[in-house]
Structures are given as C-alpha cells and as structure tokens.
Ligand binder design. Structure first.
Ligand code: H2U
Ligand code: ZN
Length: 349
C-alpha cells in the first residue's frame, strides 16, 4: 500500500474546525487543461477623480444625496440597504409552522469609501491611510455594536466578486441576529474552549507559526496563513497573535501592525497574477449583547476566486454545491506561491 502523503498527490479530506465542515483536496488534478471561461481583465488606467463615480468626494449618489468632499475614509448609510431599522409595528418571531418559519430581521447597512482617491486600492494606499481605515472599522464596530448583535464588515473587490464600482470601498451590515457563518464559528469556538480550556484560533495561530508551512506574512501582532482547511485556491486567514475579541479592542500599535500586514498581504495578492486581485474579505469578532465571548478570537477571512491567472477563476459548482467543497492546489502550495512574491507592488517595480 502507498504511504499517504497528503501534501503530494493523494486525494484526502481536511477539517475546518471553525465551520465544522470538511473539504476534499485533490492535488493530482492541479494540472488538468482548462478551456472554460476566462474573466475579462480590466487594464484601464483609472483617474484619481471620476466625475461619474457615485463614491468620489463631492459627487451625487444614485439616491440623490451628495458625498461631502471627504479626505480620509468615509462611511455613509447604504442607499439600497438590505436591512432596515426596527419600527414599532414590525412583527416579531413567528415559528408556528415548522415548515414555513420566518422571523423579523432588523439592521443597518453602510458603505465605507476607503480613500477619496478613485484609483487606489488598499495595497496601493500609504500605511497611515490604511491605518485610518482600520480606525474607521473599529469605530463603526463600537457604534453599531451598541445596537446590534452582529456587525459584519466586509469588502467585495473586483468585478469577479460582483463589486459594482472600482472606487475602493467596503460595506458594513449590522443585524439583530447572528448570521449563519457567525453561528457556526460561535458553536465551534465554544466547543473547543470547553474541550481544551484554550482558544481555538490562538492555539491554531501558535501552531501554524511553529509548523511554518503555510505562513504568507507575519509581524509582531499578526500572522496570515493559507489555512490548512482553505477552500478557495488562495484563501487566507489573518489572525492576531494575542487574545483579541473585536476590532475595537486593538491597541495603537496593533492597529499600525494591522495596516502593515494588510498592505503586505494585499500587495502579494496583486503581484501573484500582476492584476488588481479580486476577493471578498471580512472580519469576524465576538458578537454583542452577550457575555459569553471567552471562546471568540478576532480574525479576517480573505476569499479570492482566482485560480491560475488573472483571467481563470475557481468555480464553486457541481460537487461543491451538492456535496462538499473541493480544491486541487494544496494549501501548502498556495502558501509557498504567495510567500515567494515581492512585497513591492508590481506597478511600482
Ligand atoms: P458593492 O460594490 O460591494 O456591491 O457595494 C456598493 C454598495 O453601494 C451597494 O450595496 C451601495 C449599493 O447599494 N450604493 C449606495 O448606497 N449608493 C449609491 O449611490 C450607489 C451604490
Ligand atoms: Zn470614485
């Protein structure tokens, strides 16, 4: 019988301890030919200010409101919010029929422009400007956490991820319910703490630093890994190296170091295929309106769709939709590729 060597050629399954889900890894398929869809790559040079952009300073948004002439990151209420604030006559929970359950859902949606500059994405911004985005994320978490159980900060970047506008921006959806991903992580982190008396993601970060096989970037306060259980080809997980519950708990130097590691990670991403790398990213931290948060550790997920070039993306279809997530490239191979790249942006080399 052949010895199982998971990092080489043999199909195997890996467990995601945060979600409780398994992923199928099929490294022997990585070289299969591709004649399918290619993403169109936008090579157009963007202006610093675009008069037709609804996110640029001073411009009118689709809803008719005007952006101020902002000079740092700027947050506003989403004009097409998916969640609305509670009103007195909103009906409450209704679980009377098991097959047709629904419950009220309240919240607020905001958009954050990362920079007044239309042409700069996060990795192209200077460190002090990225640090201001970190501070805004933190302030928004505190403010919305006063009212809502869950504050979901995220960014969809690039047309491949359904982003509607090239102006650098992210979103926040705060809700009075715990969404699915948060619920899974809550359950699994709590169970781990109960079993081991220690924090899942702190143990994991420590162990990844010791193993040193999947690290993409590291500094005094943070580490980025391609997680052992990564689903997307170049998925990464950004982890603090000490216990931190929420973005709003970060100290001054942890914020500076966060700006540093974000710039380094996102520069490596852009350098991988010499393109403005698309992804969805977002923060997960302890929920609000509960004291049971010992099991939580702040972290950010980065889910990029690209697989082999600026124009070939991974599709989550067929087996993934019906059975189980699957990947060809191993997490170790992805980490090695990302780890070998320069931290100077390709447009500046
Ligand atoms: P995405 O590019 O990640 O889809 O985010 C853009 C968001 O900006 C989207 O949620 C909002 C859309 O509703 N938006 C406004 O609030 N005002 C506008 O004038 C245009 C877009
Ligand atoms: Zn713009």
């Amino acid at each position: 019988m052949l010895a199982m060597n998971p990092t080489e050629h043999h199909p195997h399954r890996r467990h995601n301890p945060l979600s409780g889900e398994w992923i199928l890894v099929s490294p022997h398929r990585a070289l299969r030919p591709w004649q399918g869809a290619k993403e169109t790559v936008s090579e157009e040079v963007k202006p610093a200010y675009d008069e037709t952009c609804y996110l640029c300073p001073g411009n009118e948004r689709i809803g008719g409101e005007k952006n101020p002439v902002y000079s740092g990151p700027y947050a506003f209420k989403n004009d097409f919010a998916a969640l609305l604030t509670a009103t007195d006559n909103t009906s409450n929970q209704n679980h009377t029929d098991e097959l047709f359950q629904q419950e009220a859902a309240h919240g607020e949606c905001r958009v954050i422009c990362f920079s007044p500059r239309h042409d700069l994405s996060l990795p192209e911004m200077e460190l002090p400007a990225i640090r201001k985005v970190v501070d805004l994320w933190s302030d928004q978490t505190t403010e919305l956490g006063n009212t809502y159980r869950w504050v979901q900060i995220f960014e969809n970047k690039g047309a491949a991820m359904g982003c509607s506008n090239p102006h650098p921006h992210g979103q926040i959806w705060a809700s009075d319910f715990l969404p699915n991903e948060a619920t899974k992580e809550d359950i699994h982190q709590a169970a781990y703490l109960k079993r081991h008396g220690s924090n899942l993601l702190l143990d994991y970060a420590q162990s990844e630093i010791e193993k040193n096989q999947r690290i993409v970037a590291i500094n005094d306060d943070w580490v980025v890994v391609v997680p052992y259980w990564a689903t997307w080809p170049f998925e990464t997980l950004l982890l603090p190296r000490t216990p931190i519950k929420r973005l709003s708990d970060l100290t001054d130097s942890q914020r500076d170091h966060l700006a540093d590691i974000l710039k380094r990670l996102l520069t490596r991403y852009d350098n991988l295929f010499e393109t403005s790398f698309p992804y969805s990213m977002g923060w997960h931290g302890a929920p609000f309106q509960t004291d049971a948060i010992d099991h939580w550790q702040l972290h950010a997920h980065f889910y990029p769709p690209l697989l082999r070039s600026a124009s070939i993306k991974k599709f989550m279809v067929g087996y993934e939709m019906l059975a189980n997530a699957q990947r060809d490239l191993t997490a170790e191979q992805a980490a090695t590729q990302l780890g070998a790249l320069s931290e100077i942006h390709y447009t500046k080399q």
